[in-house]
Design a protein around this ligand. Structure first.
Ligand SMILES: Nc1ncnc2c1ncn2[C@@H]1O[C@H](COP(=O)(O)OP(=O)(O)OP(=O)(O)O)[C@@H](O)[C@H]1O
Length: 350
């Protein structure tokens, strides 16, 4: 099996901080993982820059990574960032991450409409566009070029659209600039998004992640307590394989997978209303079964849904009674139920 950032991360779960008796990943000490060919570059943040156990930790890391076939392992140490930067966002009950393995499966469309559907069900909702490489929420909500305001404490106020709070990297950084970002800058920006933004009181903060498995997922899990993740896929085999990898990444980061939502399940003809399963049938459901998680439902491929995204008026606003909006509302109810169960299960036992 090829060397990958995920496999390195998995192996690092077996390396314990000798003092704290917990693994480096759970402790949020792994600041950066980069794999290039046979070379692995790691940034490990220590409890203190002067940690006397540096040598031992480095040796343990190298021992853990040896079976993966890495030719060279370079460990850099950072320090002084204890306790781990993971914290629950003040005022935010649940952070829900929306991910896909493959690009273009409609993850951003789903994140936007799920957020709106949760709000229609009565929740206070925010939507953070963390798809730093291809931010699309500002466009999706007709907020391109909107000016941001700050509160009296100089914290950024998210924009508001159709009853939810929305903030996209596209509102802050000129288009294209974020493309060049790598680990540390990306981590810092996400941190700012979470800490320096006045989200107010929210039941759900929906986070639209970039496609694939990478730095943003890792940073998000280190920066905040993520209640759970939603996997978006189309029924196509290529999308399902990648979706499974995205689910694996969530698991490795100890983020529970709340459910699988299948997008573009069938093409709904605007003329005759006939459904055609262009990308095959049942893939999302089978994936949910394999992952032992909920199936959040099927969203059809429709002309109206594509047009609504381009126009900046999400389908839930444009046609709340339509089949697409109803599918998102059903998915949002399932998701809310999954989160309640999750919260109940993780309550400390008395
Ligand atoms: N069910 C659907 N029916 C019709 N068009 C859709 C549907 N879902 C998404 N689209 C369209 O497909 C395109 C890609 O969708 P979107 O940007 O949501 O995908 P994504 O997975 O977030 O992409 P990326 O990988 O770039 O982040 C958009 O034009 C969107 O309007």
């Amino acid at each position: 099996m090829a060397l990958s950032e995920e496999r390195v991360l998995e192996a690092l779960r077996t390396v314990m901080d000798p003092e704290l008796g917990k693994d480096l990943v759970s402790l949020g000490m792994v600041g950066e993982v980069r794999v290039e060919g046979g070379r692995v570059d790691l940034l490990v943040n220590l409890t203190t820059p002067a940690c006397p156990l540096k040598g031992q930790i480095e040796a343990d890391i190298k021992r853990a990574l040896a079976p993966l076939g890495a030719e060279e392992v370079r460990v850099r140490f950072g320090g002084g960032v204890r306790p781990p930067e993971r914290y629950a966002l003040p005022g935010v009950k649940h952070v829900v991450a929306v991910a896909s393995g493959k690009g273009g499966v409609g993850k951003s469309t789903v994140a936007a409409n799920l957020a709106l559907a949760l709000s229609r069900e009565g929740a206070r909702v925010g939507l953070l566009d963390a798809d730093l490489y291809g931010p699309s929420q500002a466009k999706m909500f007709g907020l391109e070029g909107a000016r941001l305001k700050v509160d009296q404490n100089r914290r950024i106020l998210p924009l508001e659209a159709h009853g939810i709070k929305v903030l996209s990297i596209a509102n802050i950084v000129p288009p294209g600039q974020a493309l060049a970002w790598r680990g540390p800058i990306l981590h810092g920006t996400l941190k700012q998004f979470l800490e320096d933004v006045n989200w107010g009181e929210l039941d759900y903060l929906v986070v639209d992640l970039p496609p694939g498995t990478g730095d943003v997922q890792l940073s998000l899990s280190q920066l905040t307590q993520v209640s759970g993740g939603v996997i978006v896929t189309t029924p196509q085999e290529v999308a399902l394989i990648d979706a499974e990898r995205a689910a694996d990444m969530f698991r490795k980061l100890q983020i529970p997978v709340l459910g699988v939502l299948e997008n573009m399940s069938f093409f709904l003809c605007p003329h005759c209303g006939k459904p055609t399963p262009i990308f095959g049938e049942g893939g999302g459901k089978r994936l949910a079964e394999r992952l032992k998680t909920r199936f959040l439902g099927e969203v059809p491929l429709t002309l109206a849904l594509r047009e609504s995204g381009d126009k900046g008026v999400p389908i839930l606003v444009q046609d709340p009674e339509g089949e697409e909006a109803q599918a998102f509302l059903r998915a949002a109810r399932e998701l809310a139920a999954a989160l309640s169960v999750q919260t109940f299960l993780t309550l400390p036992m008395v």
